[in-house]
Ligand binder design. Structure first.
Ligand code: SAM
Ligand code: DTB
Ligand code: SF4
Length: 321
């Protein structure tokens, strides 16, 4: 297979193109690659909360900052099972478990996570975990348990990475992604906007993601949730259209990936969210909370998805004319 490189120049040209051209292009790519109005609902649970040794400046779970947070050791299987059953009843398709670890430990932690994955799979949900750095053998064990996807974000550009995290480097992130891929688990890899990065950094982040070979099946685009007590707690929110530009560009250069409109939806109007879905996002995090912060109301989300489907149908059938 010939590897097609997505160039930084192309990405920058897309991101900066007139909004209607960008969104139109993204819609064409989207319609070619996905069934219309297919929006996956992914629910999240934090299985181990806070006291993380890493110093990610955006993260309320880092032990380096003074954040009001209920810390919790690895929770038990029954709690996960109950949450997954609830998520399924509420209509979720995918269940993602996150742990505030630098790396996964063999023994009790790995064994319990394996049991959790089996439980999720027995409910016929897609299973995703995000547990920090993992080794080749751990990736194999997670795959054997039935894990569908592993989330490991690069978060920002390689150049800006050091401004945001000092306790690990960018290359280590790529190593774990490689271990996940080689074990046959699908890759979920995205990042965050709104951390003070430039448009160059945003384009570079997309460049790295789009040139993973094969491309990640799933790409979460998070907007920073500024949490008081973290170094980015006072960060100014992004303009909603900046997010639309990121999503539409991601859709074009990652034509077959599921682009996830992720953290930060609480600050977005319904209209902005619909515009994100029309620009190529085809998943949201769904449920009362993200990992440690609040998420949008589920009833409102159900209404949002049905208004999106309505608008999308109209566009498909040209009855808006
Ligand atoms: N500890 C593991 C790791 O960092 O890979 C897994 C959990 S970590 C919380 C998962 C992802 O959540 C991060 O990579 C980051 O992209 C996102 N995240 C964390 N805090 C956030 C915030 N305040 N706003 C937006 N995204 C955030
Ligand atoms: C991802 O990219 N975003 C989700 C999921 N992967 C694990 C996490 C968002 C966390 C937002 C802050 C919080 O709730 O702690
Ligand atoms: Fe720890 Fe992950 Fe938060 Fe970084 S993003 S502090 S690694 S939980």
């Amino acid at each position: 297979m010939i590897e097609m490189k997505v160039s930084l120049k192309k990405i920058k040209k897309l991101i900066a193109s007139p909004l209607n051209d960008l969104v139109f292009k993204a819609q064409k790519v989207h319609k070619k690659n996905f069934k219309k109005s297919d929006v996956q609902l992914a629910s999240l649970i934090s299985i181990k909360t806070g006291s993380c040794p890493e110093d990610c400046k955006y993260c309320p779970q880092s032990a380096h900052y003074n954040v009001e947070l209920k810390k919790e050791n690895l929770i038990d299987l029954e709690k996960v099972k109950a949450a997954a059953i609830r998520a399924k009843k509420n209509g979720a398709d995918r269940f993602c478990m996150g742990a505030a670890w630098k790396k996964l430990k063999d023994g009790n932690d790995l064994n319990l996570v394996v049991k959790m994955i089996k439980e999720i799979k027995s409910l016929n949900l897609e299973a995703c975990v995000t547990l920090g750095t993992i080794t080749q053998n751990q990736a194999k064990a997670l795959k054997k348990a039935g894990l569908d996807a592993y989330n490991h974000n690069i978060d920002t550009s390689p150049e800006y990475y050091g401004e945001i995290i000092s306790t690990r480097n960018f290359e280590e992130r790529l190593d774990t992604i490689k271990n996940v891929r080689e074990a046959g688990i699908s890759v979920c890899c995205g990042g965050i906007i709104g951390m003070g990065e430039s448009w160059h950094d945003r384009a570079r982040m997309l460049e790295v993601i789009a040139n993973l070979n094969p491309q990640p099946e799933s790409v979460p685009i998070n907007s920073l949730v500024p949490v008081p007590g973290t170094p980015l707690g006072n960060q100014k929110p992004i303009e909603p259209i900046e997010l639309v530009r990121m999503i539409a560009t991601a859709r074009i250069i990652l034509p077959k990936s599921r682009i996830r409109l992720s953290a930060g939806r609480k600050n977005l109007s319904n209209e902005t969210q619909i515009l994100c879905l029309l620009s190529g996002a085809n998943s949201i995090f769904y449920g009362d909370s993200l990992l440690t912060t609040a998420n949008n109301d589920m009833e409102n989300d159900k209404k949002l998805i049905s208004s999106f489907k309505e608008v999308d149908e109209k566009i498909n059938n040209n009855i808006h004319l």
